[in-house]
Design a protein around this ligand. Structure first.
Ligand code: IMP
Ligand code: MG
Length: 197
């Protein structure tokens, strides 16, 4: 697996430092109540956000609930969005979010299709506020012009994996955000990524 890495774009220490700052901004933006910041409802987009989610929420010392939403957009070995769709099986959104301060958490903003779909679903449920947070934003026009509240890192318009992000469902467990060697991504229809030397 390590042999498939081309470049480390963002290492684990830089990610941890940035998440700490981001969490501070998220807390500061919550409306105050007599008992501290208002409770938060986190809506992570599966599966890519799971590692980011785990690190982020442990930096958010507020009452919170988590409601999962599962979206598929890069099936299999695709490296460009194939159009976003909600997968009902793993999604547990309540019918109403009235009065709740909702924060959507995703791994990466690319075409914006995923966040557009999810924010529309959530707006229908009438939350008190709705904010969006992504670990990565690709420097391409569709992503840069999309209105997102919190971005940890802007990255070049490249396909990346690690820290939750996958290629054909592999590499999510890499601790850093990396690019893959072109020879690995080239194997479009193989069952498994190229074995490491
Ligand atoms: P969008 O809908 O095109 O904005 O893409 C968002 C989703 O596509 C993310 O939640 C990721 O799951 C996936 N995605 C986009 N770019 C990448 C990438 O570079 N590596 C891995 N997954 C990606
Ligand atoms: Mg995703």
């Amino acid at each position: 697996m390590q042999g498939d890495i081309d470049q480390v774009l963002i290492n684990r220490h830089a990610i941890a430092r940035r998440i700490h700052m981001l969490a501070g901004a998220i807390i500061d933006d919550l409306p105050p109540t007599d008992h501290g910041p208002a409770p938060l409802t986190i809506v992570p987009i599966l599966t890519g956000s799971v590692i980011f989610l785990a690190d982020l929420i442990r930096q958010l010392p507020v009452h919170m609930q988590i409601h999962l939403v599962s979206v598929t957009s890069y099936p299999g070995t695709a490296t460009t969005s194939q159009g976003a769709a909600i997968r009902q099986g793993l999604t547990d959104l309540p019918d109403s979010l009235a009065g709740e301060h909702v924060l959507v958490v995703d791994d990466i903003l690319d075409s914006g299709n995923t966040l557009r779909l999810v924010t529309a679903e959530l707006t229908d449920r009438r939350p008190a506020s709705l904010r969006t947070c992504v670990l990565l934003r690709k420097q391409r026009p569709e992503a840069m012009s999309f209105n997102v509240d919190y971005v940890a890192f802007d990255i070049p318009d490249q396909f990346v994996v690690g820290y939750g992000l996958d290629y054909d469902d592999y590499y999510r467990n890499l601790p850093d955000i990396v690019t893959l060697r072109p020879s690995v991504i080239g194997h479009e229809h193989s069952d498994q990524p190229t074995p490491s030397p």
